[in-house]
Design a protein around this ligand. Structure first.
Ligand code: NAP
Ligand code: MG
Length: 495
């Protein structure tokens, strides 16, 4: 029997007549059926989230009570870790090792981190602004926040947003990608069980093109926190201009890894494989352009290709699998089209570039890890995000050229620098147009550190104090203190 996943609105699980099959991209099989929201369910989510913010208990709870709820969500995720890891694996096709050791524990950790820290981020500030007046900055929740989540880290990215939005006292409507709604809908069950008041968290499922505009335009929504592609991000900017709302935009990337002559070659190769092939390259921070200094370029390329060919593609539920399938057939077609275009523009495939022949994988959306060389800096694949297991390897001579190459695209999400010269690394990091720079490491996210891109990669932050404060509005209070209770403005007209 196929499991059914209802929507979660105003504290109730709602089955709708319109349903959608959820596919396991590793096998192509239907694994569940999720309800789809119609305009009636959206209306119900919008009105109940608004009411829960304006009149419900949640924003009025003491900070200690809120903290307790945030902790209980973290614990609920840990108590259900095995189920969530399996569900995320089935819905995204990510190897079970990744969902078990990365996605699920990290999701719980973000709630724990916010529970432990958010109270300190809400301290009001007292300022003496003049001899007659005292100023106070009050930190308040934004109100109703719509959270739009992509399919590459369905639970983790939802939890980054939820932990901050809830700790700050907002009510939310979560819209997961309609390809991958299962773990967020499962999280709704956890949230329901721990007794969060109704309509503080609502989850609506449906394709973005059908339900996104309604959510992002509505006057009752104060903020939209979006993670996804640059193309959809631009549409959301338009929708939200109708009624003017606060936005955060975590968009795509075309990140560069800069590898200098003095590195330990094995470490640099192994880490670089992870930086592009983890999650089949479907990472916003994928290092899809690797620049190697000329002294080690040939040796790096040879070792990288040799090891890329040995990566174990397999079914997602196998603990030995190193690479799973892409999310969908459409995503695989997009990847293939990019490779064809790159070849037409002079690029050369030196590894992969095709669908694997292994019959065990034939029903999934698998694609071989792919390495391209001789790609011109003006070609499409050099500048545009592929979002798949495809990397360009390029040569550079010195650090000035490395910085120019890294910065030569419109995106500015992340970068890596590999060298033993930490002085050079930090100086170079200062020149890079990237919101995150990893030095001699890759992909480590810390709840303490804000994460977010520059340029076309968007604006606003996730995580850290800065990410939390995105979900807070600042109110200035001015309290007159002049003697005899007569403020200065009293004298302006002087009656
Ligand atoms: P996407 O196509 O932009 O979709 C993202 C989300 O927006 C999904 O929930 C999608 O719903 C929804 N959506 C689609 N059309 C919409 C519309 N007209 N109005 C409102 N919402 C709409 O991105 P994706 O394909 O899921 O994910 C891949 C992209 O996300 C890549 O570009 C990647 O770089 C980016 N990403 C960025 C970060 C970061 O932190 N910077 C992290 C992860 C991913 P449906 O899927 O149901 O249509
Ligand atoms: Mg999409």
């Amino acid at each position: 029997m196929i499991s059914k996943y209802p929507l979660y609105i105003n504290g109730q699980f709602i089955e709708t007549p319109e349903k959608q099959n959820i596919i396991n991209p590793s096998t192509g099989k239907v694994i569940a059926e999720a309800s789809l929201a119609s305009p009636a369910e959206l209306e119900s989510a919008l009105s109940s989230a608004r009411l829960a913010f304006d009149q419900g208990p949640w924003p009025q709870f003491s900070l200690a009570e809120r903290k307790e709820f945030i902790f209980r969500i973290a614990q609920g995720i840990l108590d259900n870790a095995e189920l969530l890891a399996s569900l995320e694996m089935q819905n995204t096709g990510k190897p079970i090792k990744e969902t078990t050791f990365m996605d699920i524990p990290s999701s719980a950790k973000t709630f724990e981190f916010m529970a432990n820290n958010f109270i300190g981020y809400l301290d009001n500030e007292e300022l003496s602004v003049s001899s007659e007046a005292r100023g106070r900055i009050i930190r308040e929740p934004m109100g109703v926040v719509v959270l739009i989540i992509p399919w590459n880290y369905p639970l983790l990215i939802a939890c980054w947003k939820l932990a901050s939005a809830l700790a700050a006292g907002n009510t939310v409507i979560v819209k997961p990608s309609s390809l991958t709604p299962l773990t967020v809908l499962e999280l709704a069950k956890i949230i329901h069980k721990i007794g969060l008041p109704p309509a503080v968290v609502n989850v609506v499922n449906g394709s973005g093109s059908k339900i996104g505009q309604l959510l992002c335009e509505d006057k009752r929504v104060d903020m939209v926190s979006f993670t996804g592609s640059n193309e959809i991000g631009k549409q959301i900017l338009q929708y939200s201009s109708k009624n003017v709302k606060k936005l955060t935009m975590e968009l795509g990337g075309k990140s560069a890894s800069l590898i200098f002559n003095d590195v330990d070659l094995d470490v640099a190769v192994n880490s670089s494989l992870t930086s592009i092939f983890l999650n089949q390259g479907q990472m916003c921070t994928a290092m899809s352009r690797i620049f190697v200094q000329e002294g080690i370029y040939e040796r790096f390329l040879e070792s990288f290709v040799q090891k890329a060919k040995r990566l174990k593609l397999g079914l997602a539920d196998n603990h030995e699998t190193q690479m799973g399938p892409l999310i969908s057939d459409a995503q695989r077609k997009k990847v293939i089209a990019y490779i064809d275009k790159a070849k037409a523009e002079g690029g050369k495939v030196v590894c992969g570039g095709k669908i694997p022949e292994n019959p065990e994988l034939k029903n999934g959306y698998y694609f071989e890890p792919t390495v391209l060389v001789d790609v011109g800096v003006h070609s499409h694949i050099f500048k545009e995000e592929v979002f798949g297991p495809v990397v360009l390897i390029h040569k550079f001579s010195g650090s000035d050229e490395a910085a120019i190459l890294a910065n030569s695209v419109d995106f500015g999400l992340a970068a890596c620098i590999w060298t033993k010269d930490l002085y050079l690394a930090q100086e170079l990091a200062g020149k890079l147009n990237a919101g995150t720079v990893w030095i001699n490491t890759y992909g480590m996210f810390y709840n303490e550190l804000p994460y977010g891109g520059f340029k076309q990669s968007g604006f606003g932050k996730e995580l850290g104090k800065e990410g939390f404060l995105e979900y807070v509005r600042f109110k200035s209070m001015i309290i007159d203190q002049s003697e005899e209770g007569k403020p200065l403005v009293n004298y302006w007209y002087g009656f």
